[in-house]
Design a binder for this molecule. Structure first.
Ligand SMILES: Nc1ncnc2c1ncn2[C@@H]1O[C@H](COP(=O)(O)OP(=O)(O)OP(=O)(O)O)[C@@H](O)[C@H]1O
Ligand SMILES: [Mg+2]
Length: 264
């Protein structure tokens, strides 16, 4: 099981583009969960071309929680297909329907994250688009339920300066957890101008992956532009696939070593 929480500082393109690319190339069944507390419906409007979620997503999750229905049993009912049929199930949990709904969700994050973790029984991993780091970090229950946290950043100074301001809040949250939850960076557009080695050194955080700076690919993912030939195999998505593969191996490696510790 893997719960991969993707976040960023302000001005860092782009959490959603990167999380979506990972979900579309993830090597196992996967759920992309829009848990951004600054909701924008970017995936519904863009990749899903304005699809009406019909109330599914965090709104129906909140309703189920109010009605004391066990989320783990029915989480799938609150999701939509992210892609057509294929060997791998790729589902999407839409985000908040209104910005005001976020404040009412405090008691729901914990049960929702428990339901994410319970998806393991179905062989499903979860990529959480947690949006930007807020003034108090990320939702505490989301951090506590993560296997790994990935902070997305550009390689330019504006993006790095913003990350420098906000990453310590997440690092503090992670330090307070009873078990270690590793944090890594995903650099979008490395070498524009700073390279991954320098970024890793400056932050003291490993760079786990890079994605190309590719406005055309981002427009296919976020603006519903038509995909060029072999889009899913090459270029941006090819690189995303490699990052997804390494992240999946990392999270499953972590799980195995935790289980070995428990049984030792
Ligand atoms: N790899 C990329 N190459 C070029 N442009 C990109 C890339 N990733 C994202 N962008 C562009 O950056 C902008 C923001 O992207 P995105 O919505 O993914 O960021 P975000 O961090 O989720 O933003 P928000 O805070 O609004 O949720 C979009 O216009 C998108 O097209
Ligand atoms: Mg976003």
């Amino acid at each position: 099981m893997a719960v991969v929480v993707v976040t960023s500082g302000p001005g860092s393109p782009g959490t959603t583009t990167s999380a979506l690319a990972l979900a579309l190339t993830w090597p196992r069944h996967v759920l992309l969960a829009d848990c951004d507390r600054d909701p924008s419906h970017a995936v519904l409007a863009g990749w899903l071309r304005g699809l009406d979620a019909g109330g599914r997503g965090l709104p129906s999750v909140a309703q189920a929680h109010r009605e004391r229905r066990p989320l783990a049993d029915e989480l799938w009912l609150h999701t939509l297909a992210l892609t057509g049929s294929g060997g791998v199930d790729r589902r999407f949990l839409p985000g908040f329907a209104t910005p005001q709904a976020v404040a009412l969700f405090d008691g729901v994050w914990g049960p929702l994250v428990d339901a994410f973790r319970a998806l393991d029984a179905m062989g499903v991993d979860v990529v959480v688009d947690a949006g930007r780091v807020g003034p108090r970090g990320l939702a505490a229950d989301v951090v506590a339920g993560a296997d790994v946290v990935v902070a997305v950043t550009g390689s330019h100074l504006r993006s790095l300066a913003a990350l420098r301001l906000h990453l310590p809040t997440v690092q503090d949250q992670l330090r307070r957890l009873p078990t270690e939850v590793p944090l890594g960076l995903c650099v979008v557009g490395p070498g524009r101008p700073y390279g991954t080695d320098e970024i890793a050194r400056q932050f003291g955080v490993d760079v786990w992956g890079t994605l190309p700076w590719d406005a055309r690919a981002a427009a296919v993912l976020l603006d519903g532009e038509p995909a060029p030939k072999r889009f899913e195999q090459q270029g941006f998505m090819g690189q995303a696939r490699a990052v997804a593969q390494r992240l999946e191996e990392r999270t499953h490696g972590l799980r195995e070593s935790r289980e070995a510790l428990i049984h030792a």
